[in-house]
Design a protein around this ligand. Structure first.
Ligand SMILES: Nc1ncnc2c1ncn2[C@@H]1O[C@H](COP(=O)(O)OP(=O)(O)OP(=O)(O)O)[C@@H](O)[C@H]1O
Length: 337
């Protein structure tokens, strides 16, 4: 488990102090994938770099599996850092070394016995699906392949934690997906805790189980990804969520609606469409779909529909309360006024 306790990071610039991280406390469970989301300048990188003491927190404590990293120095800190792998947006491979040598470099730095290095590099290349690229140079690889090498290097010394700093931001959508799947496989098969920072909600939706949203150095919302997607509280969180789950309907269409507009949220395995058709059959109301989608978050469906209900007001009210009893979250957006 990673415990971030009241951590702040203040930078001294030429003319002022900048608070990169402002009194953040978080607990990141062992074996999970935790996403930290925020716009540029929110403090994500500063916080991530505090986790392996690339940045020393100005205040607060970082504990990993009960060990207080902020108290360690010299050799002890170097040893603790070996258990924290890190990958970056721009890969940072050594261009003059082959794929093999880039990975072996991390093993030599950790004083791995010579005879074990070859086996370990072979195993790591297999894991990231790059066995045939063993002897090529980074310049001959695609972005996705470079990130796979960086992942193999980060895993070389069997870390318990992998930190990912915008690891897919330089990649196209298809390559992003393949890297996210690889991270998920590593998380499952090696039971490594992954902490990733990103400004892209679809990355979080794809692989994270918990998330935090940062703004101005602070964590403004935190929880299970599914709960945050289905019930975002902070305005900024709603803004981020809207890039994946959207209720945007053009004003021109809304202006033409004469009925009651309702937003319906179906969580988990509630069979949304059958609840809607039963409601329409049972009550004297008509329904028009204005918008609808089902997103899968951590393989759990989250259905969102925007509907216009037409009929007599008491019938509409009964229809809405019926849907609520069937575990549909109903919000009236506009009641035809
Ligand atoms: N070395 C530094 N010296 C001075 N200020 C810094 C330094 N590093 C970060 N900051 C400031 O701290 C704040 C948080 O920056 P940080 O890079 O952590 O944000 P971020 O959310 O990771 O953004 P980005 O995605 O653009 O990197 C910003 O105001 C930034 O200007």
């Amino acid at each position: 488990m990673i415990q971030i306790q009241k951590v702040s990071k203040v930078y001294q610039t030429k003319d002022r102090l900048v608070k990169g991280v402002d009194n953040v406390s978080l607990e990141i469970g062992k074996g999970g994938i935790f996403g930290i989301v925020g716009y540029s300048g929110a403090g994500k990188s500063s916080l991530l770099r505090c986790l392996n003491l690339l940045e020393k927190p100005t205040e607060g404590t970082i504990l990993i599996d009960g060990i207080n990293l902020t108290e360690l120095k010299g050799k002890q800190l170097r040893q603790a850092r070996l258990k924290i792998g890190m990958i970056f947006q721009h890969f940072y491979l050594i261009s003059q070394k082959t794929v093999y040598e880039n990975i072996a470099f991390a093993l030599r730095a950790a004083k791995t016995p010579k005879q074990q290095i070859d086996d370990r590099v072979t195993e790591l290349l297999e894991m990231v699906g790059l066995s045939e690229k063993r002897n090529v140079y980074p310049g001959q690889l695609s972005g996705g392949q470079k990130q796979r090498v960086a992942i193999a290097r980060a895993l070389a010394n069997n870390p318990s934690v992998l930190l990912c700093d915008e690891a897919t931001s330089a990649l196209d959508p298809k390559t992003t997906l393949s890297i996210l799947r690889l991270l998920k496989k590593i998380n499952r098969e090696l039971a490594i805790t992954i902490v990733l920072i990103t400004h892209e909600m679809h990355v979080v939706k794809e692989i994270c189980d918990r998330m935090a949203i940062m703004q101005d150095g602070k964590v403004i919302e935190e929880g299970q990804v599914y709960d945050i997607f289905s019930n975002p509280v902070a305005e900024l969180t709603k803004e981020f969520i809207s890039s994946v789950v959207s209720f945007e309907v053009p004003d021109t269409i809304l202006a033409q609606c004469t009925g009651t507009i309702v937003k319906l949220l179906f969580k988990g395995n509630v069979a949304g469409e059958s609840v809607i058709s039963e409601t329409i059959q049972q009550f004297d109301v008509h329904g028009n779909f204005l918008h609808g989608s089902i997103e899968y978050i951590q393989e759990m469906p989250l259905g969102t529909f925007l509907m216009e209900l037409q009929g007599r007001e008491p019938d509409i009210e009964r229809a809405i309360s019926y849907m609520s009893t069937r575990h549909v979250h109903v919000e009236v957006i506009n009641n035809g006024d």
